[in-house]
Design a protein around this ligand. Structure first.
Ligand SMILES: [Zn+2]
Length: 406
């Protein structure tokens, strides 16, 4: 955020210097942001995309190279006459580490500044891990990666934690992760002290929304709602105007706990008839005869259901309840896109026409005409990429805050 101070006339020289510095830093962030989310770009493409002149772009790219954040290469296979424009790409040796504690495992990923997942290690646990246990496991895996798979010239900027629960907006304390049984756990601080790396935590579905928005099904869309269906429930994340909607405490987006059935079952949150009491992966697995480890076969099992069969009836029932929740989403947020991940993506794929029709039929005119519903694109990489984005946030906001040595 920029702030305006005083007026230009009569401003002392240091103010002017500070203002130039602010503009330079913002421009660095703009250029790094473009190559981070859209991939390698020529200097001339950056000139066009930013509206800055060629010499400014050259200086900005030079500074990003000096800070070790981007690499510049000559384009290959250029036949055009004239001097080819060097290609600027994020340096893949700059990485973030992503950690995702689950009820039966802790997954650690390494993601380059180019958004590519370089490593993923899933460490199974005996039972649900406590927060200290999950932190210790993550630290152990990270230490192993740093002394093994990661080459010595790799720079780890920080750790992002994707937590299936409510995380305070300070990015540190897990207020409540019901399926992990965690209450008020200072998870980020424990991981930070165990790894010596800057660490932030956020809700997993909110990070999924950011990942799908920047790199997946929502690329180029500023207003989207992401809903993820996992083994332990339905999480949600909302992006409006390209930024996450967090709420005052960081707890916004819990669409899994919106009312869809006023005479429904009691939810673990204490309310009755929440979306995640009516729409669930366990019920789909039960009706298709799959076990818990076979969630990846849901697509085929749901798509192959005979009309009128118990599977087809359950799919319709869940789609109809999902549509009630999405009606609220459409009317509340007027998104351009709703992205469905996990088993919600399987439900949608089983009968995309029905879901779209039910949502359109119940939403208000205007908002319903703007919205498109689609399946998430990133699959298993989603949380890893989203958590890494959290760790990259500081450098993306202010690339001048890092030096090669950091
Ligand atoms: Zn609930």
């Amino acid at each position: 955020m920029t702030t305006q101070q005083g007026d230009g006339e009569g401003a002392a020289a240091p103010d002017l210097g500070a203002r130039f510095d602010r503009v330079r830093r913002d421009n660095l962030a703009t250029v790094l942001g473009i190559v981070h989310t859209d991939g390698a770009a020529s200097r001339s493409a950056l000139t066009q995309a930013t509206g800055l002149n060629r010499s400014t772009i050259a200086a900005l790219v030079g500074e990003l190279v000096d800070r070790g954040l981007v690499v510049e290469t000559d384009p290959v296979g250029t036949n055009r006459v004239g001097r080819p424009s060097p290609v600027v790409a994020p340096d893949p040796r700059v990485v973030a580490i992503a950690v995702n504690p689950e009820i039966d495992a802790v997954t650690v990923g390494v993601v380059g500044l180019d958004g590519v997942v370089q490593h993923r290690v899933r460490r199974e646990t005996d039972g649900v891990p406590s927060a200290p246990r999950a932190a210790a496991l993550a630290a152990e895996v990270i230490a192993g990666l740093r002394s093994g798979a990661l080459s010595p010239d790799v720079r780890v900027l920080g750790v992002g934690l994707a937590v299936p629960g409510l995380v305070g907006s300070d990015g540190g304390v897990v207020r409540l992760a019901p399926h992990l049984g965690w209450i008020d756990e200072p998870f980020a601080a424990v991981v930070a002290s165990a790894t010596g790396l800057p660490t932030r935590a956020a809700n997993d579905a909110s990070l999924g929304a950011i990942a799908e928005g920047r790199f997946g099904a929502g690329r180029g869309v500023d207003d989207l709602v992401f809903l993820n269906g996992g083994a332990s429930g339905v999480g949600g994340g909302v992006l409006i105007g390209g930024g996450p909607v967090t709420g005052v405490g960081g707890f916004a987006g819990e669409i899994g706990h919106t009312l869809v059935n006023s005479v429904g079952e009691l939810c673990h949150c204490g309310a009755v008839g929440c979306l995640e009491t009516e729409v669930g992966q366990a019920r789909l697995l039960a009706v298709t005869g799959l076990d818990r480890g076979q969630a990846d076969q849901l697509d085929a099992a749901l798509a192959g259901a005979e009309p009128g069969s118990p599977v087809a009836v359950e799919v319709r029932r869940q789609i109809d309840f999902l549509a009630v929740a999405l009606r609220g989403v459409v009317n509340s947020f007027n998104p351009a896109l709703i992205v469905l991940g996990g088993f919600l993506g399987s439900l949608h794929a089983a009968d995309p026409g029905r879901l779209a029709e039910r949502v359109r039929g119940q939403s208000l005119p205007g908002a319903r005409d703007d919205v498109r519903i689609t399946r998430a694109a990133l699959g298993v990489d989603r949380l890893t990429i989203g958590a890494a984005e959290l760790a990259f946030a500081a450098v993306l906001a202010d690339p001048a805050s890092v030096t090669r040595a950091s």
